[in-house]
Ligand binder design. Structure first.
Ligand code: SF4
Length: 329
């Protein structure tokens, strides 16, 4: 029997654009929901033919909480009707602190969501404003405690570091605040710059950046979080099963504009990337590439070496694995 895949859904809506962000998103609007659902139905019909099963489902974006709970519910139910996602081990949704409502929380429980990822980024008001975030520090606390009260036992906080104006002291303060909340998982991403972002906010001092990496590791590991990937820390047993699919080079399907996927079609290892246009998404436009054995090997190396488990370096082992991979997964 084939191994279950990971499923990702990109919700391409945000109420406002953060200064550093290049993820695809548009302002929520009824006619755009209609285009989105049209494309989604097409994608689901397409993937249904493969008979894939899934054990992780990650709803990200964009901002999943920027759309009304009813729209969110309809979207998830459309997916549930078409794909085999009844035996999920992990079902995550990303939330933004200011747009998470009580109705969203009730709905997440009803839908069986068991992991929440909060985009906190910083616990300093001026830094949040500098990043262009639409929430304040109070919103993070409010969202976190409401989710705990509702019974969520697996929460991640996203933190950002390496932007202009941030210091080792301010990063240390943010990390202490996060540790006090005691989420099960913490992601600390170094801010990068890509064309299309509103501003280049990168801190251009490699020595300070290196010290920030070390500070993350020291403070978080001293507080019982284990680093299992370059930017990810978890209490034992709370590593993200979905994100591990990417880093361990497992197969996954991405739905929604700008989403990507990786799966085996016959003997071909396929990667695809969906369009970043809502209109083209409604017609299911995407680009495919077939991975050669050499490309597969390269990916195997650069993905797995991100994790604490690394990769077996003996040539013969890798060759055998490659052969097995292409023969049957
Ligand atoms: S960082 Fe998140 S909330 Fe901000 S614009 Fe990008 S996707 Fe939207």
């Amino acid at each position: 029997m084939r191994k279950p895949l990971g499923l990702y859904l990109h919700i391409p809506f945000c109420n406002q654009k953060c200064n550093y962000c290049t993820f695809f998103s548009v302002t929520p609007a009824e006619e755009l929901y209609n285009l989105y659902v049209k494309g989604l139905r097409r994608e689901l019909k397409f993937f249904k033919q493969f008979g894939f099963t899934f054990d992780t489902f990650f709803v990200g974006g964009g901002t999943p909480t920027s759309i009304p709970p009813k729209v969110f519910e309809d979207i998830i139910k459309i997916i549930m009707e078409e794909l085999a996602i009844e035996s999920l081990k992990e079902f995550t949704v990303e939330v933004n602190p200011e747009s998470l409502t009580d109705d969203h929380i009730v709905l997440f429980k009803d839908l069986g969501i068991n992991r929440i990822s909060i985009g906190a980024q910083s616990f300093i008001e001026e830094e949040l404003r500098f990043l262009g975030r639409s929430h304040g520090v109070k919103d993070i606390h409010k969202a976190y405690y409401k989710l705990r009260e509702a019974g969520f036992k697996n929460i991640n906080l996203d933190i950002m570091f390496g932007f202009k104006g941030q210091s080792l002291k301010s990063l240390g303060y943010t990390l202490e605040q996060v540790i006090q909340l005691a989420p099960e998982h913490i992601s600390t991403y170094s801010l990068s710059y890509e064309k299309g972002a509103i501003k280049d906010l990168r801190l251009n001092d490699e020595q300070v950046l290196a010290s920030m990496f070390t500070l993350n590791k020291t403070l978080l590991e001293n507080s019982g979080y284990l680093r299992y990937e370059i930017s990810n820390y978890a209490k034992p047993g709370f590593e993200s099963l979905h994100n591990l699919k990417y880093w361990m080079h497992n197969f996954y399907i991405g739905l929604g504009p700008s989403a990507s996927g990786y799966y085996l079609n016959g003997k071909d290892l396929l990667r695809y990337k969906n369009t970043r246009s809502m209109v083209k998404y409604a017609k299911m436009e995407r680009e495919y590439e077939t991975l050669s054995p050499e490309e597969w090997l390269l990916e195997e190396i650069f993905l797995k070496t991100r994790t604490k488990w690394g990769i077996e370096v003996k040539g013969e082992r890798i060759r055998k694995k490659l052969k097995r991979n292409l023969e049957n997964i």
